[in-house]
Design a protein around this ligand. Structure first.
Ligand code: IPM
Ligand code: MN
Length: 353
């Protein structure tokens, strides 16, 4: 297969993990005889500094012409600490999602047996947890009408039936491929937008009698996720709730550095870690490249290249088993490997296979 990849390293640790993702991708393509080409493009704070726009037109064009985007992270403290900033790196990520029509963000939350002790939750609670959060990504408060005055501000949480239907359709697709259990997370006891979600979901559930559909308020879901994470199979929710719940989900796995995601929809799909740009770690070679590398596995799987994805997952498991780990997940007394070393170990593993 021919694969044209747009590479958007972004800010902070982005470029370091991006490099490892690309190396792994190349190794897998070589192994399986795929022809891959990369076009790098700027985004985030890097792009603001260079051209004054966090998602420049040229980057958009490169994304549109690619088969997939390998995205890393955006964000920089000089903007975080300045609420008055007119343009922010995160707007680049949001513009990318909106312009590419990426309404479905797939965030798998899994545990690695050898890392269970890294979760702040009890081992017996997290063992076997394996679910997917499907986060609606182009609607809700992130994109609704907003006003930002000095004494008064608001965001609007708006959803249309069409937006709800298309994300639920996606959620049912995943539920059917998995354990056929869908949990719709909302706040229908308070929010009008949530009542629309629930109404549409109740109607759609009738078309999927093979899937068990249940409903949960978001506050309750936040609790259930840490009380009994194995309850969930596929969870679907609106943009803001999904943002919050998936950070919580990373505590089940044990490190933010382990969670990949796929954003899909109308145009080129984007594969990215769920973590941010961790500016404090920039250039220190300590960031975990596994979330990015697992995003590459999701990329292959998206194109139905299952063996390729499987080999990456196998290599990642092997690296963890061999204790080739970045500091935040290393066992006590174990050697601490850098971003580059972990990436290289995985590349070597793939080459030797
Ligand atoms: C995420 C991030 C983004 C979001 C930020 C960086 C805008 O937290 O992908 O979860 O809120 O969607
Ligand atoms: Mn987030």
């Amino acid at each position: 297969m021919k694969l044209k990849i747009a590479v958007l390293p972004g800010d902070g640790i982005g470029p370091e993990i991006s490099e490892q993702g690309v190396n792994v991708m190349t190794a897998v393509c070589n192994k399986f005889g795929h022809e891959v080409s990369y076009t790098h493009a700027i985004c985030g704070a890097d792009a603001i500094d260079k051209v004054g726009d966090p998602f420049p037109e040229e980057t958009f064009k490169i994304c549109m012409e690619a088969d997939a985007v390998l995205f890393s992270a955006v964000g920089d403290p000089k903007f975080d600490n300045n609420p008055a900033a007119k343009v922010r790196p995160e707007q680049g990520l949001l513009a990318m999602r909106k312009k590419l029509g990426l309404f479905a963000n797939i965030r798998p939350i899994q545990t690695f047996d050898c890392l269970i002790h890294k979760s702040p939750l009890k081992d017996e609670l997290v063992k076997g947890a394996d679910f997917i959060c499907i986060r609606e990504l182009t609607g809700g408060m992130y994109f609704g009408e907003k006003k930002e005055g000095s004494d008064f501000a608001y965001d609007t949480n708006a959803y249309s039936r069409e937006e709800v239907e298309r994300i639920l359709k996606e959620a049912y697709k995943y539920a059917r491929q998995r354990r056929k259990h869908l949990t719709v997370v909302d706040k229908a006891n308070v929010l009008a937008s949530s009542r629309l979600w629930r109404k549409v979901a109740q109607e759609m559930a009738l078309q999927y009698p093979d899937v068990t559909t249940d409903f949960m308020y978001v506050d309750n879901a936040a609790m259930r996720m840490i009380q009994e994470p194995t309850f969930f199979d596929v969870m679907v929710t609106e943009n803001t709730f999904g943002d919050i719940l998936t950070d919580e989900g990373s505590c089940i796995t044990g490190s933010m550095g382990l969670l990949p995601s796929a954003s899909t929809g109308e145009h080129t799909p984007v594969f990215e870690p769920i973590h941010g740009s961790w500016p404090q770690a920039k250039g220190l070679n300590i960031a975990n490249p596994l979330a990015q590398i697992l995003s590459v596995a999701m990329l292959f799987e998206y194109f139905n290249l299952k063996e390729e994805g499987k080999l990456i997952r196998e290599a990642v498991d092997a690296s963890l088993d061999a204790n080739v780990r970045t500091p935040e997940i290393q066992v006590e007394g174990g050697a601490k490997y850098g971003t580059k070393e972990v990436g290289q170990w995985i590349v070597d593993y793939i080459n030797k296979k």
